[in-house]
Design a binder for this molecule. Structure first.
Ligand code: A2P
Length: 282
């Protein structure tokens, strides 16, 4: 992100009414997010407790002894005392070290054997220490969630699982499993991603061009993006749309003044293609 873009966007978002901010060390802009939050607090527009900041534990930091220092590093970058939610970003571990994407001489990722349950216990300790109000996971499938849920001596279960979720990838089975276990699904790429070929499967058609989403949007004088977001929040899925454009930041917030009918919800559900944009081939 060009310097300052994230700072300005988060400030506009907070002014618009957003309170949930989804960040990560590997986005390399946590310093700007923290600055935006602190500036808005200093202005008196919000209090710290109004903000819900989610940070993420990266793959190279899964060994239990690295978890707390990693979170402490994030807090130092943010210049905040705690995060509201800290999540394990991915269920696979990379070799610890300075390289964020450690690779061998053949360009293959260097993985690292760790026990996700031990990582989870270190996450629990971060909550006990008050560094994270809640703890959760991301990109976990049912089996990985069950591994944590069935861990002997589990102290806190994951409050949320952040996964790709939108009308072309509706996650019916995982959503049902998480509902049964009181785990909130947080849907990333709720607008179908930026279609950046370096990490997105662009052979799947662009979500926002979908005729059904656009036709329903016409009826409510809303855009396909607003319909896609409304669809998820109306079925209890949290959405974290990304935009660095002031107009679109505002547009993505204008989704609380209308509701989709049951028939429209079904129509949108039927768009599911069970194909991910974000394949995470590592
Ligand atoms: P931009 O930052 O220029 O607004 P996702 O949240 O699914 O990852 O999608 C993010 C992508 O969608 C970004 O490329 C973002 O671009 C774009 N985007 C965000 N909001 C909208 C919107 N309301 N309409 C169209 N595109 C949007």
């Amino acid at each position: 992100t060009p310097k300052g873009t994230c700072l300005e966007s988060v400030k506009i978002a907070i002014d618009t009414g957003y309170r949930h901010i989804d960040g990560a060390f590997v986005y390399y802009n946590e310093h700007e997010v923290g600055q935006a939050i602190r500036e808005k607090i200093a202005e008196g527009r919000i209090k710290r407790e109004d903000i819900f900041y989610c940070g993420k534990l990266w793959n190279t930091c899964h060994p239990p002894e690295l978890v707390r220092p990693t979170l402490e590093k994030t807090l130092k970058i943010l210049q905040l005392d705690y995060v509201d939610l800290y999540i394990i970003e991915l269920p696979m571990a990379f070799k610890p070290g300075d390289a964020i994407y450690p690779k061998d001489e053949n360009g293959k990722f260097i993985y690292h054997e760790t026990d996700l349950c031990a990582t989870w216990e270190a996450m629990e300790a971060c909550k006990d220490a008050g560094l994270a109000k809640s703890i959760g996971v991301s990109n976990f499938n049912r089996r990985q969630l069950e591994m944590i849920l069935n861990k002997p001596g589990l102290k806190y279960k994951p409050v949320s699982n952040q996964v790709e979720c939108h009308p072309y990838f509706t996650q019916p089975k995982l959503l049902e499993f998480c509902r049964q276990h009181d785990i909130v699904i947080v849907g990333y790429s709720p607008l179908g991603t930026s279609r950046d070929e370096t990490w997105v499967n662009v052979s799947s058609p662009p979500l926002l061009k979908d005729p059904v989403l656009n036709a329903i949007g016409k009826k409510y004088n809303k855009t396909a993006a607003q319909i896609a977001l409304r669809f998820n929040i109306q079925r209890g899925v949290v959405v974290i749309p990304k935009s660095f454009n002031p107009q679109r930041i505002k547009e993505n917030f204008q989704i609380f003044d209308f509701s989709l009918t049951e028939k429209e919800m079904k129509e949108i559900e039927a768009l599911n293609k069970n194909v991910r944009y974000v394949e995470l081939l590592m």
